[in-house]
Design a protein around this ligand. Structure first.
Ligand SMILES: NC(=O)c1ccc[n+]([C@@H]2O[C@H](COP(=O)([O-])OP(=O)(O)OC[C@H]3O[C@@H](n4cnc5c(N)ncnc54)[C@H](O)[C@@H]3O)[C@@H](O)[C@H]2O)c1
Length: 286
């Protein structure tokens, strides 16, 4: 049986095959879809292809694949051209969280996609209703907010724009569940449910370090053992990236007000290049 026979997307496009895009591509390969990644240039395209292959291989190593690795990777294609997106049933945009870049990419997607395709963004914070304007057809656009790392995360936040068609929302929820993940459906608002609440906790934890209330390690341990959080707010900030969190905090301050104003310590660390796990230092050493 092919994905199309079961109402699943037979051909899925992913724009931006980085950390999240590769994870999303890997997830849909597991569902039986043909997946086409579009990235910025040849080097990025090759890197995206490798990233997805590595994810498929590690699923196989864990015994989590029902089909041979080659069967999945044969359904993966990566390119710099938007032409191939014209056949896709679903396209998920996963380029970096930069509003101008997302606008450029979505403008192109709107011109390339089939009129009845479902179009989605993996944005962590931007307004889905506003992004939907760029693809010409807000009724078929929604947020599919996957979590990092995609293969081991059980959640996708389905973000409903003001004009998203309820039928499209239902279809997306079905697809998310077919991926073996839970869908929580939220109305479009800055930061949705997860980024907004996660950031509120993270920013307060940074203020507490700044004020000398306790060192980062103790604040994390308090939340991990006291409140059963799997990862403390400062370790999570390191994992997400301090620069990413600063960008979202600036955006939420603009949209929701002063309570999201980033602490000076966060700005200082980003300016010093201490971005968390990816640079080896942040609130912890990695
Ligand atoms: N990393 C996380 O923890 C996380 C979690 C949830 C959501 N998100 C969101 O997912 C999106 C992607 O984040 P990421 O961490 O995967 O970023 P990333 O930097 O790892 O990957 C971005 C990819 O987009 C590609 N790209 C850049 N410009 C492009 C263009 N013009 N056309 C096509 N591809 C282009 C890059 O080459 C790269 O492959 C962002 O919106 C982010 O907010 C990230």
């Amino acid at each position: 049986m092919t994905p199309a026979d079961t109402g699943l997307p037979a051909l899925v496009g992913v724009i931006g095959g980085g950390r999240m895009g590769a994870g999303i591509a890997h997830a849909f390969l597991g569902l039986g879809s043909v997946v086409r990644i579009v990235d910025a240039d040849d080097a990025a395209t090759a890197a995206a292809h490798r990233r997805v292959r590595d994810l498929v291989q590690s699923s196989a190593d864990r015994g989590a694949l029902e089909s041979p690795v080659e069967e999945l990777t044969a359904r993966l294609d990566s390119t710099t051209s938007y032409d191939g997106l014209a056949e896709c049933d679903l396209v998920v945009e996963a380029v970096p969280e930069d509003l101008e870049l997302k606008h450029r990419v979505l403008d192109r997607l709107g011109r390339s996609a089939r009129p009845d395709a479902v179009l989605a963004s993996n944005t962590s914070s931007f307004s889905i209703t506003a992004l939907g304007e760029r693809v010409g057809g807000r009724h078929r656009f929604l947020g599919l907010h996957f979590f990092n790392p995609v293969p081991s995360s059980d959640l996708v936040e389905v973000v409903v724009g003001r004009e998203t068609d309820p039928g499209i929302v239902e279809l997306a929820q079905t697809w998310v569940e077919a991926l073996g993940k839970a869908a929580v459906t939220v109305a479009d608002s800055p930061g949705f449910a997860t980024s907004r609440l996660g950031l509120a906790l993270g920013l307060e934890a940074i203020r507490m370090v700044e004020e000398g209330v306790a060192p980062a390690q103790d604040i994390d341990t308090a939340m991990e053992l006291g409140y059963k959080h799997p990862v403390g707010p400062l370790r999570l900030t390191d994992i997400v990236g301090l620069d990413v969190r600063l960008g979202v905090a600036d955006y939420l301050t603009e949209q929701l007000g002063e309570r999201f104003r980033p602490p000076q310590l966060l700005r200082d660390k980003v300016a010093a290049g201490e971005l968390g796990r990816k640079t080896g230092n942040g609130f912890h050493d990695w």
